[in-house]
Design a protein. Sequence first.
Length: 119
Amino acid sequence: MNLPVKNLMRLSFGAVLISGLGACANNSAQPVMANSPLTGPVNTGTYPHFTPDPKGETTQFTPEEKQALIARTTAAKTAAQSGPSADPAAAAKKQADLQKLIKQQQDDLTAIEGKKTTP
């Protein structure tokens, strides 16, 4: 009983195979999608761009604004490099505070080391 079923399966497989190969051999002169509005790739001579050109998020600087910004940043840089204060009195006060702090730290260090007792 199994033998005829196997033969039947082989014959049906062969029939499907032959019909499939016959469909591949059918060469029609007209393309399958001849009525499609898409005609395929066209050589336009330019590189394809798939994204729109980026736009600036803000308005761009004018040359005058650019020079003003450069001058402002250069002035700020020069001021920052010149020193902490242009006022001589403030600089003298800061120097006196640093000298006082150094003296205090030296006194504390000698007290910690036991060379001098604190009053």
